[in-house]
Design a protein around this ligand. Structure first.
Ligand SMILES: [Zn+2]
Length: 246
């Protein structure tokens, strides 16, 4: 079984006062048996372009273990934004793009939110949307109309509604086959409910911070899942949605 952490960050964050180094990320992966991780800059990165480069460099150093997700404030100039997205996919091989509803103050239904879904369609990569903490912008149901508008784009609801809107996240995901749930910070009972409601092939493990990896894995260990479903939620779903060559 290959464990894939679908939600990891590298670098500094001036929004949430966080920092994660390359060494911390790889050491935490090794300590917890995580084979591969999807790594993105924090929404408050001082220099997100430089963090994109650091993620690519880390991926070069650890082939098959580190995959990049683009995260860049969409309100800072469309041409430059699209140029950086194109660079990350074409030159750095990134596999997804983040819409940070609260860290970038971006409503999925806004014009700039639409620009992110258009870029994902153009590059045939999934969008990960921060949900839960930070409502109303982070309300999971706001992603529904985009899932309907972009049925060809896989969309991951990060944090599965962050406990407070978990019900909304699960029920919105149930309506659209291209919506997936990433479960960092979720309550263990809600994770069981999500798997039963949308299927193991629509639920993926993620941690968000290095000190949360063991905690999130313990939640999955406590669930009564057969080996096939456990392998699916711990790595299979993320590998399939982001087309990871594992
Ligand atoms: Zn995050």
């Amino acid at each position: 079984m290959k464990i894939v952490d679908a939600h990891y960050h590298l670098g500094d964050c001036r929004v949430f006062s966080l920092n994660a180094t390359e060494d911390e990320i790889v050491a935490t992966m090794d300590r917890n048996g995580v084979q591969a991780a999807l790594v993105q800059p924090f929404p408050g990165a001082s220099d997100p372009r430089a963090v994109h480069d650091r993620i690519a460099a880390l991926g070069q150093k650890h082939p098959g273990r580190i995959f990049g997700i683009i995260s860049l404030n969409p309100h800072t100039g469309r041409e430059a934004w699209n140029r950086e997205v194109d660079r990350c996919v074409q030159d750095l091989g990134f596999v997804g793009i983040k819409l940070h509803t609260i860290g970038h103050a971006c409503n999925p239904l806004s014009e700039d939110g639409g620009m992110i879904f258009e870029a994902a369609r153009r590059h045939k990569i999934p969008v990960m949307v921060h949900t839960g903490m930070g409502i109303p912008l982070a309300a999971p149901s706001l992603v529904g109309p985009r899932a309907e508008q972009y049925p060809d784009v896989p969309i991951v609801l990060a944090h599965m509604g962050f406990v407070i809107t978990a019900g909304e996240a699960v029920l919105t995901a149930k309506r659209y086959p291209n919506l997936y749930l990433e479960t960092s910070w979720s309550m263990v009972g809600d994770i069981a409910w999500a798997i039963a409601t949308v299927g193991a092939d629509h639920v993926m493990f993620g941690s968000d911070t290095t000190d949360n990896v063991a905690v999130e894995l313990a939640k999955y260990r406590s669930l009564d899942l057969d080996d096939e479903k456990r392998a699916q939620v711990l790595g299979g779903t993320a590998a399939q949605v982001f087309k990871l060559p594992l």
